[in-house]
Design a protein around this ligand. Structure first.
Ligand code: HEM
Length: 256
């Protein structure tokens, strides 16, 4: 029995060795992978594990001690990102049950609470998550300001951050019209009237936002596309630059 076990183990390790040295596995694994043949637990290989992994490489190989302290960043940037992911997932769920037309929008949203399994829960997660994201992004900005992290060399990332705040507000506001209820109609009427007072291009900005002179069927389609496609796409681009710059500017600022 003992002999049988040993030979089975030997055969297994032979098979895994063969697999590990096959050109297919070689092509998938990056240098430093613990699954690579001949891997040793050296400091260089430990660094490679972080650098060469699609998920880990966002993190620096070495971090300053204060940078991982929860009390320094309060994880507010990470929470902003988490909320964005949550909003994307719940938003995709809502898209299955919502058509951006004058005839369907209001009843589709109402049906989420009455006829869709978990509809009310997911809708409220999306709505409250959006409010929370605006608050958390603002708190993150306040934390960055308090620590003076906008100073050189991080001025550019502060500007990217301001654009992210603007995009967060625009995402929230374009979602506001979609339930097509009285609150939505009048909020958007007030908002776009305010946009009409933008210097020089006010009338053009208002017209572009409304897809006409007032809130109509064209407006709901325009805001839907802006909300589910255009602004999410732009914010993902700016987030990628934002995270990349945190790394390139030397990691988290501080300590105070
Ligand atoms: C969607 C919005 C945003 C997301 C997802 C986001 C995400 C992050 C993350 C994950 C970090 C790493 C450390 C941390 O958690 O503090 C960070 C750092 C930073 N963020 Fe943001 N951020 C957003 C908006 C903003 C805004 C509105 C500003 C400022 C106007 C800003 C300016 C900065 C700066 C300067 C840093 C470097 C901080 C340091 O080194 O201490 N970010 N951001």
């Amino acid at each position: 029995m003992a002999n049988g076990n040993t030979s089975l183990r030997e055969r297994l390790s032979e098979a895994t060795d063969k697999l590990a040295s096959s050109s297919f596995v070689e092509s998938v694994l990056r240098p430093g992978s613990p699954f690579k043949k001949g891997y040793s637990d050296s400091p260089r290989n430990r660094s490679y594990v972080i650098m060469n992994n699609v998920l880990y490489h966002l993190h620096p190989v070495k971090v300053k001690r204060h940078g991982v302290k929860l009390s320094y960043t309060l994880c507010l940037g990470g929470l902003s990102f988490f909320l964005f992911i949550l909003l994307t997932i719940t938003g995709i769920f809502l898209m299955f049950y919502y058509a951006p037309t004058v005839e369907n929008a209001y009843t589709d949203v109402a049906a989420l609470s009455t006829s869709v399994a978990f509809g009310s829960l997911v809708r409220n997660m999306h709505r409250w998550g959006a409010h929370l994201m605006v608050l958390v992004v603002f708190l993150h900005m306040s934390r960055v300001f308090y620590h003076g992290a906008y100073k050189p060399p991080r001025e550019f990332n502060w500007v990217v951050g301001v654009i992210l705040l603007l995009l967060t507000l625009l995402l929230s506001f374009t979602g506001y019209l979609l339930p097509w209820d009285q609150l939505a109609l009048w909020a958007v009427t007030v908002g776009t009237n305010m946009a009409g007072f933008v210097p020089v291009f006010g009338a053009q900005v208002k017209f572009a936002l409304l897809a006409g002179a007032e809130v109509t069927a064209g407006t709901i389609l325009r805001w839907y596309v802006l909300h589910v496609l255009f602004f999410p796409f732009i914010i993902v681009l700016f987030m990628a630059v934002h995270f990349w710059r945190v790394r390139k500017d030397g990691g988290i600022s501080g300590p105070l």
